[in-house]
Design a protein around this ligand. Structure first.
Ligand SMILES: [Zn+2]
Length: 374
């Protein structure tokens, strides 16, 4: 239906036009890039504090689902108490559940400037799904998407102290109240991305479909800057299928290609500074120079779909082609490429810092020093 495609593209273009010019953007210094840690042992597949607890089957309606939810909530409660925690629960029958309604729970961890009112902040939105595929039995989905979830936990943990410093300084100066100042960040961990029988519009993305619909109908008070929580998303960065060696992440949307270029530039600079461990044949993000005419209005189905169709700008960080281990028992801890995993954790963290304009609070204590061991 070309008409539909055109209207979607029009909405996307309009959204970018409204949002992009107001986002402050200063590249991180080499010094700052050097300081960004990789997470190191926290990504160990046996004992790693962030990753190991997610490397279990976690199908909706099973104890594994509850265990990983607890892992996420405990982490934010204990280590990042300034982040709010929201649960978005829904239920749905699936093609394999018979008459039983399965529980789906998206988790949203959010940090906004303390001075903002409801509907005032624009939110860098980082997302991944935490559920795992129901078959083959015992599947743990290391790249799909345990690793992306752990990367986002690492990112939240590292950026937290800079957010605090930024808020403190801005509060002291009486700043705030402009779009550039009222930036926040939220991490969405989606449930129910996987299909139970075979991928279709109704058998997939259970959590993200429910959340996008709910947010579309959750209106902020009259006269709020943003109409609803969807409107607050400055960009929606979805990580999926990351952790295998030699990934290729294409730039899928012209409307957010500038953000893709920012991420690709971070990778490029980190490689030139010798801050990354992996030695791929070509960059993870090789399409920095993609021509506008090379973009096609096609996208890989994933949790961003209910959001992109509602006009939210998307940066889809998915390996394409998919990893060789995709939806097989080999998508486990042993088949991860740990240098690649750790490199992703640095790249995504740097992107978040840059987006949030953290050069304003660049640390000075270790300038010139190399404090960035893997
Ligand atoms: Zn999958």
């Amino acid at each position: 239906m070309p008409g539909r495609v055109i209207s979607t593209l029009f909405l996307l273009a309009l959204h970018c036009f409204l949002i992009a010019p107001v986002v402050a953007y200063t590249a991180l210094s080499d010094n700052f890039l050097r300081l960004i840690p990789s997470g190191g042992d926290d990504f160990d597949i046996e004992k790693g504090k962030l990753l190991a607890p997610i490397l279990i089957p976690r199908v909706p309606g099973t104890p594994g689902q509850v265990a990983v939810q607890k892992h996420f909530v405990d982490f934010f409660t204990n280590e990042l108490p300034k982040w709010s925690i929201e649960w978005y629960n829904s239920t749905s029958k699936t093609p394999t559940s018979g008459n039983k309604e399965l529980p789906f729970a998206n988790l949203v961890f959010k940090r906004e400037p303390p001075w903002v009112k409801e509907g005032q902040s624009n939110l860098l939105t980082l997302a991944a799904h935490y559920d795992s595929l129901i078959t083959p039995e015992g599947f743990i989905g290391a790249t799909d998407s345990a690793v992306p979830c752990a990367i986002l936990m690492h990112t939240a943990r590292y950026i937290d102290k800079f957010i605090t410093q930024m808020h403190d300084e801005m509060s002291a100066l009486g700043e705030g109240g402009t779009v550039a100042m009222d930036m926040g960040v939220q991490i969405i961990l989606f449930d129910g991305e996987e299909a139970f029988k075979s991928w279709s519009a109704t058998d997939s993305c259970y959590g993200s479909r429910a959340l996008a619909e709910r947010w579309e109908n959750s209106f902020h008070p009259a006269m709020s800057l943003y109409r609803n929580p969807l409107d607050q998303i400055s960009i929606f960065v979805l990580l999926d299928l990351l952790g295998s060696p030699d990934p290729t992440i294409p730039s899928l949307f012209l409307q957010t290609h500038w953000a893709y270029k920012a991420m690709a530039s971070i990778e490029d600079r980190m490689r030139k500074l010798d801050l990354l461990e992996s030695k791929p044949q070509r960059p993870f993000l090789p399409e920095m120079e993609k021509e506008p005419t090379a973009f096609r209005p096609l996208y890989i189905d994933d949790d961003h779909k209910p959001f992109i169709t509602r006009g939210v700008p998307i940066l889809h960080m998915i390996a394409s082609p998919f990893p060789d281990v995709w939806h097989t028992m080999k998508d486990d801890g042993a088949h991860l490429d740990m240098p690649t995993v750790r490199d992703w954790s640095k790249i995504v963290t740097a992107f978040a810092l840059e987006w949030l304009d953290m050069m304003e609070v660049e640390p000075v204590e270790a300038k010139g020093a190399s404090a960035s061991g893997p």
